[in-house]
Ligand binder design. Structure first.
Ligand SMILES: Cc1cc2nc3c(=O)[nH]c(=O)nc-3n(C[C@H](O)[C@H](O)[C@H](O)COP(=O)(O)O)c2cc1C
Length: 223
């Protein structure tokens, strides 16, 4: 880096193969709207959930076009609901274990896994590093950077609950993908945005995705 050049310090966003690709889209849109740069890792399994939930085939060779189409889609499935500039995104293939985020010397602000599958929760808790998503999470932990894990599964069995406690003990913020109903949701997007907003609260990134509790019952009805 030359003198005077500012260092790019992105958030890593890992999308794993749990249901809930609209949560990932809402988090990505909000990070970009907040002026953050993003390093994106899309697990192999999440290509199936993305295909199932949006009809989009995510291709490494055409990631920017596929990402733009995905982020433009509303949680109700309508295309071209949002306009998103993906210029601040750097994409890494999930199999690329030589990628930037696989090393602690690569500067990042931290990592968000959204949605997090129980498999990715297990892999991170056990330090498996079976792909770039899990390796980047292990690096984030060893470098004592912020890690937010938005887990999506129901019901949860003892193994996953134990893995989540391990993550909590390691300083991870575990955010279950469970929307609340006090914020006056009237559309699916509102419920998605509530979860995405709580994920960004945990990461410390400002956003206006949901109506915050103001201390008065019925405040959500003002929407
Ligand atoms: C349509 C679909 C929905 C899925 N939903 C979930 C889910 O909500 N939670 C979960 O933990 N796994 C879910 N899975 C299973 C994961 O994709 C699977 O465990 C996979 O190995 C996760 O790998 P990854 O963590 O590398 O992405 C789903 C799979 C498919 C095909």
């Amino acid at each position: 880096m030359n003198a005077g050049e500012t260092q790019r310090t992105p958030w890593i966003v890992g999308v794993s193969g749990a249901s809930g690709t609209p949560y990932a889209a809402a988090v990505l849109r909000a990070l970009l709207a907040a002026g953050e740069s993003v390093d994106l890792v899309v697990s192999r399994a999440s290509r199936l959930t993305l295909l199932d939930e949006t009809g989009i085939s995510f291709r490494d060779a055409h990631w920017a076009d596929d990402l733009r189409e995905w982020l433009a889609r509303g949680a109700d499935g309508k295309p071209d609901t949002f306009t998103v500039d993906v210029g601040a995104v750097r994409y890494w293939s999930a199999g690329d274990l030589a990628a930037g985020p696989s090393s602690g010397s690569y500067p990042t602000k931290g990592m968000i896994i959204v949605p997090a599958s129980t498999a990715s929760v297990a892999g991170v808790a056990l330090g498996l590093s079976k792909d770039l998503l899990q390796r980047a999470a292990s690096v984030t932990l060893k470098e004592r950077r912020r890690l937010v894990v938005a887990v999506r599964e129901t019901p949860l069995d003892g193994r996953t609950l134990r893995h989540l406690v391990t993550l909590d003990d390691a300083g991870v913020t575990v955010v279950p993908c469970s929307p609340a109903f006090y914020a006056g949701a009237t559309h699916i997007q509102d419920l998605v945005d509530f979860v995405a907003g709580r994920v960004l609260d945990a990461a410390g990134v400002p956003h206006g995705l949901y109506r915050r509790w103001k201390g008065e019952l019925g405040g959500g009805a003002e929407r």
